[in-house]
Design a protein around this ligand. Structure first.
Ligand code: SF4
Length: 170
């Protein structure tokens, strides 16, 4: 990502953090979490807990998230990663929230993380579910008048790690 594009994302962070406080954001995202959990429960894709889904560069995929959802995730994290960890993760193409092979984000992880499994037999329904959820989150952006951006999770983490610090003055 260019410095200019990174700066644009970072400048949107204060607005997204504020808009993510709208109760509609929390309730809609939680509805999607429930929907996805039910789908996973019924379809039972295989998860080997390999951490592959969070090591993007090694496994050739990108995890995409909208700015508003990323703001909700950032606010919901029990412990935000340090900027150094985020920069290192962005450089290596690994999520900064992956610790010892496990996700440390817990309930704060994005919908795309909940939907994605490296089980190839799950690809069709998984991609459709991910797209349906994405479209609902896109509409949520419109409902709360939040600027829409759909970006790589590792780039959004970088934007929030610096943009949120600017917002709080820390
Ligand atoms: S938030 Fe968790 S599940 Fe999602 S990419 Fe990061 S470590 Fe993986």
């Amino acid at each position: 990502m260019s410095d200019h594009a990174a700066g644009q994302l970072r400048d949107l962070v204060p607005g997204w953090l504020s808009q993510s406080l709208d109760p509609r954001v929390d309730s809609r995202l939680r509805e999607l979490h429930t929907l996805v959990a039910e789908e996973i429960r019924q379809r039972r894709p295989v998860c080997l807990a390999s951490g592959r889904c969070c090591s993007f560069a090694d496994h050739g995929h990108d995890l995409m998230v909208t700015g508003l959802e990323a703001a909700w995730c950032w606010r919901t994290l029990a412990s935000a990663p340090t900027t150094a960890a985020v920069v290192s993760g962005q450089t290596a193409g690994v999520c900064a929230l992956l610790r010892d092979g496990l996700c440390s984000a817990g309930a704060a992880r994005p919908v795309a993380c909940r939907v994605y499994f490296c089980d190839r037999s799950a690809a069709d329904w998984m991609n459709q579910l991910a797209e349906d959820c994405h479209q609902q989150i896109r509409r949520l952006h419109e409902e709360v008048s939040a600027e829409y951006r759909y970006a790589r999770w590792i780039d959004l983490l970088r934007a929030f790690s610096t943009g949120a610090a600017i917002t709080t003055g820390s």
